[in-house]
Write a protein that binds this ligand. Structure first.
Ligand code: MLT
Ligand code: MN
Ligand code: ZN
Length: 300
């Protein structure tokens, strides 16, 4: 299985356009610290790639990845579609940027599709430009393409809705608003779990990561208090739907016990890991964990 990391930042990116926090200022001063919005590209077949989430940076992310560039025909593209983990804006705004395509697949769970077609009116707005071929996730493993080379499955994570989809009558308990993706290569049996928004560590999620060869997971915040301490929110990391990395309820403790290669992604600009010289990197190293980097290629 071949993957290319297209970006590793949380919503806003690093630097965020309207932010002068130390993390964003550091990324402006040191261009190697810049991170685009979190996304992956996955090769499903020879010359047929799927993007995992469609970020505001999607155009640059495609252009920067030789495998994703168009050709040989003037409008041939290896980008076959988009797989969504949730309906958050940082993971979906890029869909409209693909409107020059004849058509492309969008794989999403039922509530995510409903948010995008109903509230965001993506179908109505994009129909005059392109064709969205919706495919539903959430009812068990399905082949990603006809070849059956890669099988995809959604592991429910949480009922957290994007802010634009929150209703006054409160939440439903549909845990497929946010999912982790399990991607498995049939020929080798090797698998990846991708979970850029992890609100809760469930037994099903534990089963998925125990069986995986590689896990790329929510590294939005280093510790639970970070959003409050840095003044970006009144809520803790967990309260915002992101389990922190460190601390008693953190993901590092659980990931360090796995046989899989584990990498963090979706780093917020307040996360000290955005600074390559931060002492937190040594701790991660001791735990056998990594931070994913933009443009990293992962072969499983
Ligand atoms: C999140 O990851 O929690 C969301 O993307 C936050 C947001 O952009 O509102
Ligand atoms: Mn996000
Ligand atoms: Zn910032």
């Amino acid at each position: 299985m071949l993957l290319q990391v297209l970006g590793t930042a949380a919503g806003g990116g690093l630097p965020q356009w309207n932010c002068a926090c130390p993390g964003c200022a550091g990324a402006r001063a040191h261009p190697h610290r810049r991170r685009r919005h979190a996304s992956l590209a996955l090769r499903a077949d020879e010359d047929r790639w799927y993007l995992v989430n469609a970020t505001p940076d999607i155009g640059d992310q495609i252009e920067d990845s030789p495998a994703l560039r168009p050709g040989p025909g003037p409008r041939d593209t290896p980008v076959a579609g988009v797989i969504l983990t949730d309906a958050e804006l940082d993971h979906t705004l890029g869909i409209a940027r693909l409107r020059e395509a004849d058509g492309f697949d969008v794989l999403a769970t039922r509530p995510v599709r409903r948010a995008l077609t109903g509230l965001m009116r993506l179908d109505d707005i994009l129909t005059p430009y392109t064709r969205l071929d919706w495919r539903e996730l959430g009812d068990g493993p399905v082949p990603l393409t006809k070849s059956g080379g890669i099988e995809i499955d959604a592991v429910p994570v949480s009922p957290k809705r994007p802010r634009y989809a929150v209703t006054p009558d409160g939440a439903d308990d549909d845990h497929t608003w946010v999912v982790a993706l399990r991607l498995r290569e049939s020929a080798t049996g090797r698998s990846l779990v991708y979970a850029p928004a992890l609100a809760r560590w469930s037994d099903t999620f534990q089963d998925a990561v125990e069986a995986a060869d590689c896990v790329i997971v929510d590294g939005t915040f280093w510790d639970d208090d970070e959003p409050v301490r840095t003044g970006i929110s009144a809520r803790t990391a967990t309260g915002m739907g992101h389990l922190p990395i460190a601390g008693p309820g953190g993901t590092a403790r659980r990931l360090s016990g796995l046989r899989a290669r584990c990498l963090y992604t979706h780093l917020n600009n307040t996360n000290p890991l955005g600074d390559p010289d931060a002492p937190q990197h040594a701790l991660l190293g001791e735990w056998g964990l990594e931070v994913a980097a933009d443009r990293m290629v992962i072969e499983l």
